[in-house]
Write a protein that binds this ligand. Sequence first.
Ligand code: ADP
Ligand code: MG
Length: 247
Amino acid sequence: MSNNDFVLSVEDLTVSFDGFRAVDGLSFYVDTNELRVVIGPNGAGKTTVLDLICGKTKATEGSIKFKGQELTRMSEHEIVRAGVGRKFQTPSIYEDLTVFENLEVSLPRGRSVLGALAFRRDAEVVERIESVAEDIFLADLLDERAAVLSHGQKQWLEIGMLLIQSPELLMLDEPVAGMSLSEREKTAELLNRITPGRSVIVIEHDMKFVKHIAHKVTVLHQGKILSEGSLDKVQNDPRVIEVYLGH
Ligand code: ADP
Ligand code: MG
């Protein structure tokens, strides 16, 4: 398989903040239908990698190719339109709007089949919103204000606000932080269900959760790859045990 066959090819990616290389010559490749987990100690550069892919931070050197397009030359807005969705650690939902309205305002316009229509609440739009609400366990709460949702439900709503845009690459930064055990289990089920047909990158610390979702794991340390492969392989890698799992 040539590197061009991957949905996402990150090569020699470097970002330097005042001389400090937070991401340092990083290369990795993500396939379609793949759920990749990125782990590593605090400050390893995990969040910065997502910032670089979604265009929030500009690379100093290197390349990020998504379906053949060079993301390092595109704006954040163009990257979203190219099919990349990114969830930040703190949910950015509209507390005063209902669950339905939060999903409605997130519908893409002018890109998909739906967006080609004038923006209105026709049957197709309602059906799409209900289907995403089903995916994120909020089908019974469509008319509730987002403010009344639990922390976990707010996280799911934000995932729904990304899913409704049908991203081909979905990136989530510590999605289960602060969730209850049952919410974590449901989030694992959700991520496994939505991965087919796209690529998903998840940054996570909870190794029990990682075990339920990871296809492959990339371990970052000081902006570089320390180890990569199956969870079993990286968990038994002495370098990983020393810098991360041993603590
Ligand atoms: P992780 O998510 O793995 O905990 P981060 O990617 O948040 O790590 O941070 C990696 C390193 O880069 C940290 O030392 C952090 O302080 C630094 N860093 C991240 N973003 C910036 C920035 N915009 N300016 C300066 N330093 C930054
Ligand atoms: Mg982080």
